[in-house]
Design a protein around this ligand. Structure first.
Ligand code: NCD
Ligand code: ZN
Length: 354
């Protein structure tokens, strides 16, 4: 493939990190994702969180009902359980039998709806042992939560204080380091020494490939560019771009599209999360184009995720064209509205809709 094409065909991608919430707003956000992706990892940080197989089945049924209402038959949600201090070994076994795709570690207090998260991983040893033995992936929000650690350092500190000890203790545990934001994290995943098995991977969002922390403060405070882990310096963005476009199968697509109504973002204490689902593939295409690395997009977007999760690759194809798409200032979100990433601007690449 030429590296300056105006049209790209690729096997349909999946989104390996997505928030679709619940209730009336789900339908609106699900439609955006299902237009582009065949499958998505559905994050479990609802209120209350999805901590058991029973809750995940009920959530999946609500997702299916919304898909039916939208007339979408070709989209598969992959369910994740929220790890807590009291998750049982039995729940891991049940999850394996039920086809749950992984457990998500939220350090308590790290991000939106993470109060019920893990206070200390020592409470989870037996559960992690079981996950390791049945091949259940652990998805990690990689930030420490201590208020004395600078917010821009929380990911790098997490690597040394939590992730590396965890991987030493459970060397065969499959770990997905979610939404990387730093050079340290990109290099850690790239250089991690693993045994015979593929035990570490990472997702990267479009906003962390396209923006640095100046975007939160350009000409005034920009709440729609605020997410967690927070955007970092340019040198980190460059390292993430390098990782994503390197062709290394440890890095794959996960938007972390995290919808919050406009009013919950544009307020004195605004929520963390960027809504990238509207044209996520266009955003990734722009990032890969900036590196002249279109030939690496399909692996990142469509192959390495399913390979890591031991799921079949998709077979159907999609086409992206270099045709500017206007991003609306606001989109409907239940009774409210949401401001998508790049609202009011144009994105060069768009999906050809069938
Ligand atoms: C996510 C959310 O709103 O659920 N927010 C975010 O900024 N990414 C939670 C998360 O993934 O950290
Ligand atoms: Zn997330």
């Amino acid at each position: 493939m030429s590296n300056s094409p105006t049209q790209i065909e690729l096997i349909q991608p999946d989104d390996w990190h997505l928030h679709i919430r619940d209730g009336a707003v789900m339908k609106d956000v699900l439609a955006d994702t299902a237009r582009q992706f065949a499958r998505a990892i559905i994050m479990p940080n609802l209120k209350p969180p999805v901590t058991t197989v029973g809750l995940a089945k009920a959530y999946k049924a609500r997702i299916q009902a919304n898909l039916n209402a939208l007339g979408i038959s070709a989209f598969t949600p992959l369910m994740i359980l929220y790890l807590t201090d009291t998750t049982s070994v039995d729940e891991v076994r049940k999850a394996k039998d039920a086809g749950i795709a992984g457990f998500k570690l939220y350090p308590a207090g790290a991000t939106t709806n993470s109060d019920a998260g893990v206070s200390d991983l020592k409470h989870c040893h037996a559960v992690l042992e079981e996950m390791q033995s049945v091949g259940m992936p652990l998805l990690v929000h990689g930030e420490v939560t201590s208020p004395e650690i600078d917010i821009f350092d929380r990911e790098a500190v997490f690597i040394d204080s939590v992730l590396e000890p965890l991987r030493q203790h459970f060397p065969e545990l499959k770990v997905v380091f979610e939404h990387l934001t730093t050079k340290q994290a990109a290099h850690y995943v790239r250089d991690a020494i693993i045994g015979g098995k593929n035990t570490i991977a990472a997702t990267i969002t479009p906003q962390h490939l396209l923006m640095n922390r100046n975007a939160i403060f350009s000409g005034g405070i920009r709440p729609h560019n605020y997410c967690l882990p927070v955007l970092k310096r340019e040198e980190h963005r460059v390292a993430l771009l390098e990782a994503a476009t390197s062709g290394n199968p440890r890095f794959f697509l996960g938007t972390d599209s995290a919808p919050h109504a406009k009013g919950a973002k544009e307020t004195a204490c605004g929520c963390a999360g960027c809504y990238s689902a509207f044209n996520a593939l266009g955003l990734y295409a722009e990032a890969f184009e900036s590196q002249g690395k279109f030939d690496k997009l399909e692996g990142f977007a469509s192959f390495f995720g399913p390979d890591f999760y031991s799921l079949p690759r998709n077979t159907q194809k999609i086409t992206l064209v270099k045709q500017a798409q206007n991003i609306p200032a606001e989109l409907p979100l239940g009774d409210a509205t949401i401001v998508p990433l790049r609202a009011g601007e144009t994105i060069a690449w768009s999906l050809v809709e069938n």
